[in-house]
Design a protein around this ligand. Structure first.
Ligand code: ADP
Ligand code: MG
Length: 330
């Protein structure tokens, strides 16, 4: 079915019919603005991410259902990285001619499946025509008590550094997709990442994370943001980076250096955080029941920048951009 047949309001109606809202949403989709009820004593966290066809996703290997999920997931991950509870979101779409209603239905279905998993409500948005390429913009609101919000700037020398889940999978999955593979652990991690919302909230509630960020650009790059804002350096042991069994088995098949891929591959949406050394032992218990674990990968130091050491203790030189992980096998 063509979008012209149902029109903008037809599409909004189809999206709205799938939405689940809770009592905090006083006015949802359909009026000039939404009205939501904040929890007394909490601040509102707001984040926005835009996904542009050809820049952030490729419709030749991204199905609409998982594209919908990922468009919300990247925003949930930002709220998770502040230790917040996600509440409600706006969805704005610029739609190219010829995109089918079936595509948009599946997209909304995927996005709202993840919204339901996290009990967040779609409360509005905007819809317009795009001359070429689909553009998806999501703005998500979350909440947290002022003193529980976790910033990027609280790391101090001797803090221990942790990361949830595993790293390198998503970058490997993207490369496998480019080579024509369509399934498997790494492909799934790239197309349908799991935002660590429960883990972020648990760390915030326990007051355990001194600084936190979600890993979208790669461990080294995102750690750099924590270090800049905290005025510290860090020492990371490459061998400690948590890798999935799939990555251990298969990364050598696609990447010239699996270590560098784990250190710099993007879009895993794991949480990278620092913890005072004397509270390091609490991390495992705090994350119990959150669906993920965290691994210690190094420490915060005085000075600046990230120093990565290999298993033999030698410092690992990190090429500054412009290098290709996937030189072999192409
Ligand atoms: P206005 O002309 O006042 O901006 P719109 O016609 O754009 O209103 O939108 C009508 C209603 O539909 C509003 O409640 C708006 O938030 C909602 N809406 C528009 N586009 C979307 C979308 N893509 N997803 C969810 N809600 C949407
Ligand atoms: Mg509008």
């Amino acid at each position: 079915m063509n979008l012209r047949e149902i029109g903008e309001f037809g599409l909004i109606g189809r999206i709205a019919s799938r939405v689940t809202t809770g009592p905090a949403v006083r006015i949802g989709i359909g009026d000039d603005a939404a009205a939501t009820e904040p929890t007394p004593g909490r601040l509102i966290l707001t984040t926005s991410d835009m996904l542009v066809e050809g820049v952030h996703f490729d419709l030749s290997f991204t199905d609409p259902y998982r594209l919908g999920r990922k468009s919300l997931a990247v925003n949930l991950s930002d709220i998770a990285a502040m230790g917040g509870e996600p509440r409600d979101f706006l969805l704005s779409l610029a739609i190219p001619p010829g995109l089918s209603v079936e595509f948009l239905d599946r997209f909304a279905e995927g996005m709202l499946s993840l919204a339901d998993e996290h009990a967040v409500a779609l409360v509005g948005g905007d819809t317009c025509r795009s001359p070429a390429g689909l553009v998806i913009s999501v703005t998500l609101h979350g909440e947290q008590q002022p003193d529980s919000i976790v910033r990027r700037h609280g790391a101090r020398p001797d803090d221990r550094l942790f990361i949830t889940g595993t790293v390198g999978d998503s970058a490997m999955g993207l490369e496998l997709l480019r080579r024509g593979e369509r399934e498997g652990w790494a492909v799934e991690r790239h197309l349908d990442p799991s935002p660590r919302v429960a883990a972020g909230r648990a760390l915030a509630a326990a007051g355990l994370a001194t600084a936190m960020i979600d890993v979208s650009d790669g461990v080294v790059a995102d750690l750099g943001h924590i270090l800049e804002q905290s005025g510290c350096g860090a020492r990371v042991e490459a061998a400690l980076l948590p890798r999935s069994p799939f990555f251990r088995e298969e990364a050598g098949r696609v990447a010239s250096s699996p270590d560098l891929l784990a250190l710099t591959g993007g879009e895993d949406y794991e949480l990278l955080f620092s913890v005072r050394a004397e509270r390091e032992h609490e991390v495992a218990a705090v994350l119990r029941g959150t669906g993920t674990t965290a691994t210690a990968i190094g420490s915060i130091t005085a000075g600046s920048g990230v120093t990565v050491v290999a298993a033999d203790g030698a410092e690992l030189a990190l090429p500054r951009g412009g290098y290709n992980h996937f030189a072999n096998g192409m």
